[in-house]
Design a protein around this ligand. Structure first.
Ligand SMILES: [Zn+2]
Length: 298
């Protein structure tokens, strides 16, 4: 029984590596498309970066094989095994010997860690293998792509955002259908959307897009749909802002960050979301206990 359990975790981790590899390749393809589109619209584009990523363009999404970003050499199937190819090639391209860097293996390991931790959370909640679990894993892969893209280039691409929202809607509908109390769950979901998407919409509206982008509003909507509970949505906003403050203040004090520096909210929201998802129940219970004991003292 124990071995069977271990095997499932290993399998889920391996799936994470494979989808992490897909996420890493997708990030670069999306970046190449973005640069080509920007150039077409006459916006300033880093010519060196566009030239380097150009081999990724021109093919459809489906038959586009991954290529080396340094030499453009098309990669064989044995160059595409997550982590293994990277480790056996000592982090260098087999063809041009240029270092590949830590980007790919980091995303692969990150996604594997995310898959394993989510699966653990899922089975410890007593739920078994289901369509909902698959939907969640798809949502997590899309979140990895959004996280990396926003952290690197301050943008949440729509081509990833819309599928993410579609998957989130499906998860929310499944949760509502299976809910014990439909009205209560629907209301909680509605409030989650108001808190997460509504707050970022107001910030976007009030600042005319200067403080947060509209991508953050859409991300907030998707995350609220996945969480489904207003308490968790509130905790996500709180944690995202707390993390932002912790990260930003040292930068401001040391003078490395200017007051007008652009801070991507997407990664902060996603981190806040993950902490709320895994530990939110415990945090909320502890807070409620603390409040009720404090009130009893007076
Ligand atoms: Zn190469």
């Amino acid at each position: 029984m124990y071995n069977k359990h271990m095997l499932t975790y290993l399998l889920v981790g391996f799936l994470g590596l494979v989808f992490g590899s897909f996420a890493g390749a997708t990030v670069w393809r999306l970046r190449a498309r973005q640069l080509a589109e920007d150039k077409k619209e006459g916006e300033p584009v880093d010519a060196g970066e566009l030239k380097r990523l150009k081999p990724l363009l021109g093919h459809g999404f489906s038959n586009d094989r991954s290529r080396c970003l340094a030499c453009g050499h098309e990669l064989a199937w044995y160059d595409l095994i997550p982590l293994v190819s990277w480790a056996t090639g000592k982090g260098k391209c087999r063809y041009c010997k240029q270092p590949i860097g830590w980007f790919e293996p980091t995303i692969e390991l990150l996604t594997a860690g995310l898959f394993i931790s989510f699966y653990h959370y899922w089975v410890s909640g007593g739920t078994v293998f289901s369509i909902e679990l698959i939907l969640w894993l798809v949502a997590l892969v899309l979140l990895v792509i959004l996280f990396v893209y926003d952290a690197k280039w301050f943008l949440l691409p729509n081509i990833v955002m819309w599928p993410f929202i579609a998957v989130s809607v499906a998860v929310a509908l499944l949760q509502l259908v299976m809910a014990d109390n439909f009205v209560e769950s629907a209301l909680s979901l509605l409030w989650a959307i108001v808190i997460l998407a509504g707050l970022y919409f107001m910030l976007w509206f009030a600042s005319r897009g200067a403080w947060v982008g509209f991508g953050d509003v859409k991300l907030g909507l998707g995350l609220a749909l996945l969480l489904g509970e207003w308490q968790l949505a509130f905790l996500t906003v709180f944690l995202a802002n707390l993390l932002g403050t912790i990260i930003v203040i040292p930068g401001l004090l040391s003078g490395k960050l200017s007051r007008k520096a652009h801070i991507p909210f997407g990664p902060l929201l996603i981190l806040g979301f993950l902490i709320s998802l895994y530990f939110g129940g415990g945090i909320i219970d502890a807070t409620a206990d603390y409040i009720s004991t404090t009130l009893m003292l007076y």
